[in-house]
Design a protein around this ligand. Structure first.
Ligand SMILES: NC(=O)c1ccc[n+]([C@@H]2O[C@H](COP(=O)([O-])OP(=O)(O)OC[C@H]3O[C@@H](n4cnc5c(N)ncnc54)[C@H](OP(=O)(O)O)[C@@H]3O)[C@@H](O)[C@H]2O)c1
Length: 276
């Protein structure tokens, strides 16, 4: 390996990509962050940015945005993977969604690229409550979602990043599909209750009908495609198909995944959820 053998981390400012960059850097692996604001901007919507971002790159953490189930994702991921391999990349690690049938088209195209591949099929991230669209509702004291009794094995972004770093640096993970979940099934109400207990504040949870949720999002100015994606996630993906634990963290790292309650305690201790 030379200093020009870079690992490109897409979504490098996001929930998993940021942690993957940190993990690789701690191991002394030369990295490049693929984001729209970088020195060499990377934009999924602008294929002209892909080749400059791939220069001198031997491995890529492929995190698509907004979601592999979104229209155009397989075409983009397939074309990007072929370009990466043509340019000298040998290892591709794809962040995928657990139970998302549509994501499998992208997985297949990346697997067919000729690279040594690893697929990470992740459950819903814990960090949606601390670094994403569920942060404000938690801070405001009430989470309202179209999710009821179906439980989800929320996974910690730190575990996803640990598996991604292993897969990018150790050939033993080539050809593996890892189902990444936490160690426990929780409903959204359970998750909010864990956060409430960790903060010592009363944070309510209310289930609403999908149509009412969509109408509320539209009223708040959320774009139609984002609303469609959220409804897909809360109805199709959360229909019970994922209501069981996966063994990916244990299989990849030889240890148990982090628990949601630990995430809640850690995050509560930072004061993030008591901002207002
Ligand atoms: N969140 C979950 O619970 C969950 C669960 C399973 C799978 N996933 C998958 O994880 C992936 C990331 O989703 P996320 O919601 O967690 O987001 P995220 O990674 O936290 O944040 C989005 C990242 O994507 C980058 N980005 C945004 N638009 C981009 C574009 N047009 N081109 C290139 N980069 C762009 C952003 O960087 P800049 O803005 O700096 O460019 C940022 O780094 C998605 O494929 C999603 O399906 C998420």
């Amino acid at each position: 390996m030379t200093s020009r053998d870079l690992t490109l981390v897409l979504g490098g400012t996001g929930k998993t990509g940021r942690r993957v960059l940190e993990g690789l850097t701690r191991r002394g692996v030369p990295v490049r962050a693929g984001t729209r604001g970088g020195d060499r901007p990377f934009d999924w919507q602008d294929p002209a940015t892909w080749e400059p971002a791939l220069q001198d790159v031997r491995a890529v953490y492929v995190s698509y945005y907004p979601d592999l189930a979104a229209p155009g994702a397989p075409e983009a991921v397939g074309a990007f993977s072929r370009l990466a391999v043509d340019g000298g990349a040998r290892r591709l690690v794809l962040l995928s969604g657990r139970g998302e049938e549509e994501a499998q088209d992208s997985e297949k195209l990346l697997q067919d690229s000729g690279a040594g591949w690893t697929i990470l099929r992740a459950a819903w991230f814990n960090q949606n409550f601390s670094e994403s669209y569920l942060l404000d509702p938690v801070v405001d004291g009430e989470v309202v979602l179209p999710a009821g009794e179906v439980p989800e094995p929320f996974v910690d972004a730190d575990d996803i990043a640990d598996v991604a770093v292993a897969a990018l640096t150790d050939a033993r993970h080539i050809g593996e599909i890892y189902e990444l979940t936490g160690p426990r099934l929780l409903t959204f109400a359970d998750a909010v209750a864990d956060i409430s207990a960790a903060t010592g504040r009363r944070i309510g949870y209310q289930q609403v009908a999908a149509d009412d949720y969509a109408a509320a999002l539209a009223g708040a100015g959320v774009p139609e495609d984002v609303i469609g994606l959220l409804l897909y996630l809360f109805t199709t993906v959360l229909d019970g198909r994922n209501a069981h634990l996966g063994d990916g963290v244990q299989r990849a790292l030889g240890r148990s995944p982090r628990d949601f309650a630990d995430f809640a305690r850690r995050t509560a201790a930072t004061g993030l959820w008591n901002q207002r």
